[in-house]
Ligand binder design. Structure first.
Ligand code: UT7
Length: 337
């Protein structure tokens, strides 16, 4: 029998209904479907309606993941980790409300702020808590309403970022079971904090007692620089995880990278020496959903029966912070909801 480990037991996802196509954006901004698709791989994305917040999407995805896990998982979720860059409020965290609305009682519940790497950071944290014996079951959610932090007049961010949520249930099991989280690699580099930032709204701006400029309340991204860092850091992190898992690149069945830009995913595959056909991507339909992107990509690929039980998956993500995170797992026998 293998060592105690966290095992993926359920998967769910949710996209808000509001479609924003490249054509529609081209009517509002100085951009075009051709530019957006060629430079990012995106054709359309979802944006929430007014009044819909991150917790609303998180609850939908969480419900689906719990439903998907219903046959195999123990009864009680001991911990909820919500990875998000767009919490409902600066205070309190959004996870406790999500846990309550899901009817989970009084579990540990906390937000994970690690930008686009948030879901994999949360997965690693939940898996470690299970492996240490602190809890039997963890609900890990990545949920974002990035449409609420982009400047609608800024064509460099408005064409990329989008809304959505995905979630997984982790349960206690053993490392030799299909679905086991085998190893992770987490890292950060604060020298790159200005590459993706919302300058206003935090203590740095508030303690100055100056009223924030309206534009400073939006997300600012230095696209070219973060692109280069993303390829480099995800490449290093993915290589580290492959090494710890003892897998060669040829043994890897699927690379599920953060859906920031299709060109980033292809550059990453090239750097690793991985066939592009093993790269999972749904960015064309969903855009860059930050912390929701990996579980959304997992759910899409699983719904298309792309994964077989015991397939070897590598998750890797990179974003604001700068933060990056990777995980190696085998695919379980589950039906996503
Ligand atoms: O999720 C993690 C954080 N985010 C990322 O990882 C994003 C990573 N970066 C990217 O995906 C890309 O850098 C972008 C998609 C943001 C930009 O693509 P790019 O190929 O790096 O374009 P660029 O910034 O070098 O701009 C090229 C040209 C510029 O015009 P000039 O100076 O050549 O005349 C831009 O002004 O494209 C122009 N441009 C646009 N044109 C049409 C920039 N955005 C647009 C646009 N439509 N939406």
């Amino acid at each position: 029998m293998g060592a105690r480990a966290a095992v993926l037991a359920g998967l769910g996802s949710y996209l808000p209904p509001g479609r924003m196509t490249n054509e529609e954006l081209s009517r509002r901004l100085d951009t075009s479907d051709e530019w957006i698709h060629k430079r990012t791989g995106i054709r359309e994305r979802r944006w929430v309606d007014a009044g819909v917040s991150t917790s609303d999407l998180a609850v939908e995805a969480g419900q689906r993941a719990l439903k998907s896990a219903a046959n195999g998982a123990p009864d009680a979720v001991g911990m909820v980790i919500l990875a998000t860059t767009t919490p409902d409020y600066p205070c309190p965290a959004t996870a406790p409300e999500v846990a309550t609305r899901l009817g989970l009682g009084t579990p540990a519940a906390v937000d994970m702020a690690a930008g686009c790497a948030g879901f994999v950071y949360a997965l690693a944290t939940g898996a470690a808590s299970i492996a240490a014996g602190h809890t039997e079951q963890v609900l890990v959610i990545g949920a974002e309403t990035l449409s609420t932090i982009i400047n609608p007049a800024d064509r460099t961010t408005a064409v990329i970022f989008a809304d959505g949520a995905g979630a997984v249930v982790l349960r206690s099991g053993t490392a030799d079971e299909p679905g086991a989280i085998l190893t992770v690699d987490l890292g950060s580099d604060g020298t790159g904090k200005d590459l993706a930032t919302i300058p206003a709204g935090g203590s740095r701006q508030r303690s100055s007692r100056q009223v924030a400029a309206p534009d400073d309340r939006f997300l600012h991204v230095r696209g070219k620089e973060i692109f280069a860092q993303a390829v480099r850091r995800m490449g290093q992190s993915a290589t580290a995880v492959l090494g710890t898992a003892g897998w060669s690149v040829d043994q890897l069945d699927h690379l599920v990278g953060h859906q920031a830009n299709l060109r980033i995913l292809h550059a990453l595959a090239q750097q690793l020496g991985l066939d592009k056909r093993r790269v999972v991507s749904n960015i064309e339909q969903v855009g860059n959903t930050s912390a929701a992107s990996i579980p959304l990509a997992l759910a899409d690929a699983a719904a298309q029966n792309r994964f077989l039980p015991r397939d070897r998956l590598l998750l890797t993500a990179f974003g604001a912070g700068l933060c990056w995170a990777s995980a190696a797992l085998t695919w379980p026998q589950i039906t996503p909801a």
